[in-house]
Design a protein around this ligand. Structure first.
Ligand code: NOJ
Length: 534
C-alpha cells in the first residue's frame, strides 16, 4: 500500500455526513443482502438485529449508507422479491420493531438507509392476489389476467427465470415476468399507482431515506400483449414502455417533498434509454450496469466509462457505478476468469484464477471509486470474496436454477453468508453451525475481522480508498499513457492510473496517495490501480 510518507489520507466529509440535499451525487452505498450479512438470533439466516450489531463495521469502512434488499413478509419464492405485505417487516428478520431499531441506530451512526421497493410484482400471498385467485373480477384487474389460446398461454413471452411467463388458474392465465410466485401488477389500473404512493409515504414517514426500485423499467407492458417474435432477444413489448416515466414523475414529487432519494434498477438496451429515466423530474439515480458486464480490458472499460459520461453526465445527471450485486457473479470471479465455458455475461462460467481475480477486483474497485458519481458496493466485495461456484446442487435455492431445469446455476453463489471470523461456527456469521446456504471451508481465509487488522488487506484498501476518494473532484480528463493496457485520468488535483496488463507502468506524476498493489516508487504494478496527488 502506498501513501505519501507522513501524510494522512485526505479527509473530506462526504455530502451525506454534511447533510447536503444532493448528498447522493457522490455517495458510496453498501448493499446489504440481509439474509447473508449477520445473524443475531441463531437460525442460520441473517436478520436486522444482526445488521445493527455490525453497523460499526460499516462506519469504519466509511460508507455513507446502506441499501437493504427486501425484508417484507414474503413466502420466499425469490427471497423477498415476492412481497406479501409492503408495509410490514418479516418476523424472521425481527419485524417492524427490529426495523425501527435498525433505522434509529443507523441514523445515529450517520448512515442513510434505503429500502427496496418491488412494484412490478408481488407475492401470490399478497391479499390482492388471493382475492384475484378467488375469482374477484376487480382484484383480477389489478394483475394481468388473460384467457389462453386454447391450452396455450395468452402469448409467447418467457419469464426472466426461464419457462413461460404465464400460469393458468382456470380459463384465465396470469402474467409473471419472473417466478409464478411473483404475479405482475397491472400498472394501467390507477389503483396500483395509488397503492404504491401510499407504500412510499408509509416508509418515508417512518424515516427511510430512499428506495432502490426493483426492475422499474418493467412496470408497463405493451397494452395488446402481442407475441414477441425474437426470443431470446430483449423483449421490448414487455418492458421500457413510455408510460413508466409518468409514474416516476409522481414518485419523484413525493420523494422531493420528503427530501428522499430514489435509485432505479433499470435494464434497457442503450445508455441513452437509461438517461431518460434520469431526467431532472424522474429518478435521482439509476445503476450503470454497463461496467458490471465488462471484461477486464482497458479499451472496454474506457468505452463504457466514456458512454456513461457522454450520455448521462452530459445531461446533468450522475452515474451510479456498480461492479457487483446479489444477481451477478462476484468481481473476483468475473475478472479472474481465465477460460470461459458458458453462462450469461453477468454470471460467466469457467476456470477462475482467484489470486488474479482478487488483484483485478482491487484495482477495479479503486478505478470505480475515483470516477465522478456515486458507487454501490455489494457486501463481501470489500473483502475480495470470490463467488462460490461449486455449491452442491441440493443446496441451491435460486428459482433460476429450478426454472432452467438445472442448466443455469443462478445467483446463490454470491449470496452465501459472509465470513466474519476465520474460525468458529459459520465463520462468525451465526451461532448456528448450518447456514441457509452452506459456506465453503475456504471462506475463513477471507474473514472480515482478520482483514480489518491486516495491513494491505482488501478491506483496508477499501477503507483507505473511501477516505481518500473525496479528493477526486470535478470532471474527468483522460491522460495519455502511451500504453493500450493502461488508463489514466485526472479529476482536479487527483490522478487515477489503472494497469490492466501484467507489466508495471512508469507513472512519473504526483505524490502517491494509495495503490492496490505495492510497487517501486514512481511505478504502478501490473494489474493494479494507483492514485496520485498532483
Ligand atoms: C431484480 C432483483 O435484483 C432480483 O434479485 C429479483 O429476482 C428480480 N428483480 C425480481 O424481483
Amino acid at each position: 500500500m502506498i501513501r505519501a510518507e507522513g501524510e494522512e489520507p485526505l479527509r473530506i466529509p462526504s455530502g451525506a455526513l454534511k447533510g447536503e440535499p444532493m448528498w447522493w451525487r457522490d455517495a458510496v452505498i453498501y448493499q446489504v443482502y440481509l439474509r447473508s450479512f449477520n445473524d443475531a438470533d441463531g437460525d442460520g439466516v441473517g436478520d436486522l438485529d444482526g445488521l445493527r450489531a455490525r453497523l460499526d463495521h460499516l462506519t469504519s469502512l466509511g460508507v455513507d449508507g446502506i441499501w437493504l434488499n427486501p425484508c417484507y413478509p414474503s413466502p420466499g419464492a425469490d427471497h423477498g422479491y415476492d412481497v406479501a405485505d409492503y408495509t410490514d417487516i418479516d418476523a424472521r428478520y425481527g419485524g417492524l420493531p427490529a426495523f425501527d431499531r435498525l433505522l434509529a441506530d443507523a441514523h445515529d451512526h450517520g448512515l442513510k438507509v434505503f429500502m427496496d421497493l418491488v412494484p412490478n410484482h408481488c407475492s401470490v400471498e399478497h391479499p390482492w392476489f388471493r382475492q384475484a385467485l378467488a375469482g374477484d373480477p376487480a382484484a383480477r384487474e389489478r394483475f394481468v389476467f388473460r384467457p389462453g389460446r386454447g391450452d396455450e398461454p395468452p402469448n409467447n413471452w418467457q419469464s426472466v427465470f426461464g419457462g413461460p411467463a404465464w400460469t393458468r388458474v382456470d380459463d384465465q392465465w396470469y402474467l409473471h415476468s419472473f417466478d409464478p410466485g411473483q404475479p405482475d401488477f397491472n400498472w394501467r389500473n390507477p389503483e396500483v399507482g395509488d397503492y404504491f404512493e401510499d407504500v412510499l409515504r408509509f416508509w418515508f414517514d417512518r424515516g427511510v431515506d430512499g428506495f432502490r426500485i426493483d426492475v422499474v423499467h418493467m412496470l408497463f407492458k405493451h397494452p395488446d400483449l402481442p407475441d414477441w417474435p425474437h426470443h431470446p432477444e430483449y423483449n421490448i413489448l414487455a418492458q421500457n414502455q413510455p408510460e413508466v416515466h409518468e409514474v416516476l414523475r409522481r414518485w419523484r414529487k413525493l420523494a422531493d417533498a420528503h427530501g428522499r432519494t430514489l435509485v432505479g434498477e433499470i435494464w434497457v438496451p442503450t445508455v441513452g434509454d437509461l438517461a431518460l429515466y434520469l431526467r431532472p423530474d424522474e429518478l435521482q439515480q439509476a445503476f450503470y450496469f454497463d461496467l458490471l458486464v465488462c471484461p477486464w480490458d482497458a479499451a472496454r472499460f474506457r468505452a463504457s466509462i466514456d458512454r456513461g459520461l457522454e450520455e448521462i453526465v452530459s445531461t446533468g445527471a450522475v452515474i451510479t457505478w456498480t461492479l457487483a450485486n446479489h444477481d451477478v457473479h462476484r468481481t473476483v470471479s468475473r475478472f479472474g476468469l481465465v477460460t470461459r465455458t458458458g453462462g450469461p455475461d453477468t454470471r460467466p462460467r469457467g476456470v477462475v484464477d482467484v489470486e488474479l481475480g482478487v488483484r483485478r477486483a482491487r484495482a477495479a474497485a479503486m478505478l470505480v471509486l475515483a470516477l465522478p458519481g456515486s458507487v454501490y458496493l455489494y457486501q463481501g466485495e470489500e473483502i475480495g470474496l470470490p463467488e462460490v461456484l461449486d455449491l452442491p446442487d441440493e443446496a441451491r435455492q435460486d428459482p433460476t436454477w429450478f426454472r432452467s431445469g438445472g442448466t443455469e446455476h443462478g445467483r446463490d453463489g454470491c449470496r452465501v453468508p459472509l465470513p466474519w471470523t476465520a474460525e468458529g461456527p459459520s465463520f462468525g456469521f451465526s451461532s448456528a453451525e448450518e447456514t441457509w446456504l452452506p459456506q465453503p471451508s475456504w471462506f475463513g481465509e477471507f474473514a472480515i475481522e482478520d482483514q480489518i487488522e491486516q495491513d494491505g488487506s482488501t478491506w483496508r484498501l477499501h477503507r483507505d480508498a473511501l477516505l481518500a476518494r473525496p479528493g477526486f473532484q470535478g470532471p474527468l480528463e483522460w491522460l495519455p499513457t502511451g500504453r493500450e493496457d493502461v488508463l489514466a485520468f485526472r479529476r482536479g488535483s487527483m490522478v487515477c492510473v489503472t494497469v490492466f496488463g501484467d507489466e508495471p507502468y512508469r507513472a512519473g506524476r504526483g505524490v502517491p496517495v494509495l495503490a492496490s498493489e505495492d510497487a517501486p516508487p514512481g511505478t504502478v504494478a501490473g494489474g493494479s490501480t494507483a492514485w496520485f496527488h498532483e
